[in-house]
Write a protein that binds this ligand. Structure first.
Ligand code: ADP
Ligand code: MG
Length: 330
């Protein structure tokens, strides 16, 4: 490693962080030494953000730092895990101190809010790309999983859907609230912890509701595929989303349905709950100030059926973002 890489690590990443007594050695040795609580399982996930693919090249550095960690904490949330540590692999075209300062502030601000400690990483030169690995704990046997939904379970989502997708669609003139959803997604960590007690299955919505819900339907554990019915008028939409789509110059009325169904980047949780547990689950989430909305039901018949409130069937144009071919593309 070159002197400047060493300097980058020292100046921007090896800084005061919230203390954790499960970090025996953090940044600075050949590897981190970490202690997992005896009664817990370790949840590990990793996500890479590539400039121009996962975020527009014009994205502010603070947003990139935030989002690189947020998408990983969102994966931990979907497992019902409590975040603990992260590692960061950074590939940079140049060593720009202003960019690095903003990037690390975005990263550490979110890390501090969740008590996450950066314990290591790698720094190299090349086209801008950021990989974060996050580690969290979950009591043994209690993790939320994609598999586990049963016919009859109600389908819920936290928060609102389509905001990030609309911001991406509009580009610069997007409403500030929408833009924030795209640049600074809030991982639903608290919701994931609550849902350990109620949900039969869970996933975070990164590729679009239809695509991610599809993963919950792949098998019921006995090897049988399932399907779902969705009420697309019931999909939760933010005030900014609805207001923006009411402007006369945005004649794309279809976005009102298409974005909440198919746009990615919202990082809400989609999960299933048996009917008898729904009321208690809604109250428990609301205690943590998390809103959730019932959007449909798991059925035996494979496929996802979208209906409007008046019962009319709706055929979505695309089923989410796929990196290598497939529907969404781009
Ligand atoms: P090595 O050459 O042994 O792989 P490095 O020189 O790459 O070690 O890294 C030195 C130390 O700095 C290690 O503890 C590593 O985990 C840490 N590190 C390197 N890059 C980063 C980064 N971007 N963020 C956090 N820690 C980093
Ligand atoms: Mg290294």
């Amino acid at each position: 490693m070159s002197a400047s890489e060493f300097e980058i690590i020292r100046r921007f990443f090896k800084r005061q962080q919230p203390p954790r007594d499960d970090v025996i050695i953090g940044i600075g040795d050949d590897a981190a030494l970490l202690r997992v609580p005896a009664d817990s399982e370790l949840a590990v996930c990793m996500d890479t953000l590539v400039a121009g693919v996962h975020f527009p090249v014009s994205t502010p550095a603070a947003a990139i730092g935030h989002k690189a960690l947020a998408v990983n904490l969102s994966d931990l949330a979907a497992m019902g895990a409590t975040p603990a540590w992260a590692t960061l692999s950074l590939t940079l075209p140049e060593s720009d101190p202003v960019w690095l300062d903003n990037f690390s502030q975005g990263f550490f601000h979110l890390a501090e809010r969740h008590g996450v400690r950066l314990v290591g990483g790698d720094t190299t030169r090349g086209p801008l790309s950021v990989t974060v690995q996050a580690h969290g704990f979950v009591p043994a046997g209690c993790a939320l999983r994609r598999q586990g939904a049963q016919p009859g379970d109600r389908i819920y989502t936290t928060g609102t859907l389509g905001d990030a997708g609309l911001a991406l669609q509009l580009g610069d003139p997007a409403d500030q609230a929408l833009r924030r959803r795209l640049d600074f997604p809030e991982p639903r960590v608290d919701a994931g912890l609550v849902l350990r007690d109620y949900a039969t299955a869970a996933i975070d919505i990164s590729d679009g509701l239809l695509a991610d819900l599809g993963h919950l339907l792949e098998t019921d554990g006995a090897g049988m595929a399932m399907g779902a019915s969705i009420n697309i008028d019931a999909l939760p939409r933010s005030a900014a989303f609805t207001k923006t789509l009411q402007q006369p110059d945005l004649a794309h009325r279809d976005l009102f349905y298409a974005l909440p169904l198919s746009a990615g980047d919202d990082y809400e949780l989609c999960f299933t709950v048996p009917p008898y547990a729904c009321e208690e689950m809604v109250a428990a989430l609301s205690n943590k100030a998390v809103a959730c909305t019932a959007i449909g039901i798991i059925e035996r018949q494979p496929g996802i059926r979208c209906r409007k409130a008046n019962g009319k069937v709706y055929h979505p144009a695309t089923d989410g973002y796929q990196h290598f071919g497939g529907a969404g593309g781009g």
